[in-house]
Design a protein around this ligand. Structure first.
Ligand code: PLP
Length: 361
């Protein structure tokens, strides 16, 4: 399958997923509102596919280097990947991942559907070791909200050497990094997962998810597509269109967010109220630990005026949140950890708002 590798990712984000260039054709992809199609075509019913999804899937597939499917939300995509595991199967996952993913794995385990083996995201040897007899390795890098990195190429190499064809399906949630920073399929992963709600959509106005499957794994793509159709976690066409519109500027938004995050990471490390900065050096997400325990962290979040105190991330507006306020967040996430999603505002305005807020910790 062609991924238009001759074009830079920024160009693909803008140019793909558009109607064929014919005189009089619309330049922008229309939103196709229909529940069904005239008989004897490729698709009979709109729970199977929709032209607006397909336009977005073309762009996402190209950016990740595989074949994309869109879902109703990031969790819809995560659930579809977890459903690849046979009843009684084994999932290996890092201790710190998105808390919805933790919740889903716990819920499936409690239902007797599968067993979960928890590993530390940065411990390649332990991850490979834990994959003996496993069906799915569900990675997330950087992890939400601890910002740990997994050396995915080393893990894939280790799995191939150790288990050959008996290795588990390797899935990587690429929501934090985005395909502009890393492409796990090129590292040998089988499936990439996205909460497109975040950076891909980029405007905090829509929920949508996606899976992108490696070209050599058409079998997995078929199973995920069947799952989507039968479980019904499908995006609305308007939602798909909003994400498609958002993706057009992904590179510009991320460039600004990353430049500002790098500046802020340096300044935060110097602030007396900050005890630790967790920033992997790229992207627009960082976490800090502050003095004053949970109460101090909550005061900081409540004291900003420009940064929005809200959950979620990846929007044009900067967001701030203490993660342990959510009951699903695991207890090894420090209670004084504040997660920052850097938006595209002026960095000096962001700092001028954040610095005095930190003084309240
Ligand atoms: C938000 C998020 C999800 C879940 O996505 P939704 O679109 O909210 O369902 C999954 N993984 C990560 C890393 C996330 O940040």
């Amino acid at each position: 399958m062609t991924h238009h590798d001759d074009l830079a990712p920024a160009t693909r984000a803008v140019a793909l997923g558009r109607p064929a260039r014919e005189p009089g054709a619309p330049v922008s992809t229309p939103v196709t509102f229909t529940s069904t199609y005239v008989a004897d075509g490729e698709v009979a019913y709109a729970r199977t596919s929709n032209p607006t999804w397909e336009a977005l899937e073309e762009v996402l597939g190209s950016l990740e280097g595989g074949s994309a499917l869109t879902f109703a939300s990031g969790m819809g995509a995560v659930a579809a990947v977890v459903a690849l595991v046979p009843v009684g199967g084994v999932v290996v996952a890092p201790r710190h991942v998105y808390n919805g993913t933790t919740g889903l794995l716990d819920e499936r385990e409690a239902a007797g559907a599968l067993t979960v083996r928890r590993v530390e995201a940065e411990d390649v040897d332990a991850i490979v070791e834990a994959c003996a007899g496993a069906d799915l390795l569900l990675l997330e890098s950087p992890t939400n909200p601890m910002m740990e990195l997994t050396d995915v190429p080393a893990v894939v190499r280790g799995l191939r050497e150790r288990y050959a064809d008996a290795r588990p399906v390797v899935a990587v949630d690429n929501t934090f990094a985005t395909p502009l920073a890393q492409q796990p399929l090129a590292w040998g992963a089988d499936v990439v997962i996205h909460s497109a709600t975040k950076y891909l959509a980029g405007h905090s106005d829509v929920l949508l998810g996606a899976t992108v499957v490696a070209d050599g794994r058409a079998d997995l793509r078929e199973r995920l597509r069947t799952h989507r159709s039968l479980h019904g976690a499908i995006p609305g066409p308007m939602e798909a269109w909003l994400v498609l519109r958002g993706v057009r500027t992904l590179h510009l938004r991320l460039e600004r967010a990353q430049a500002s995050a790098q500046v802020l990471a340096g300044r935060l490390a110097e602030h007396p109220a900050v005890t630790r900065v967790r920033y992997p050096g790229f992207g627009g997400m960082l976490s800090v630990e502050v003095v004053g325990r949970a109460e101090g962290a909550e005061r900081v979040c409540g004291a900003t005026r420009l940064w929005t105190h809200s959950t979620s991330l990846g929007g044009v507006e900067s967001q701030i949140e203490r993660r342990r306020r959510h009951p699903l967040e695991v207890a090894t996430v420090p209670e004084d950890l504040v997660r920052l999603s850097v938006g595209v505002e002026d960095v000096e305005d962001l700092w001028a708002d954040l610095r005095p807020a930190l003084d309240t910790a």
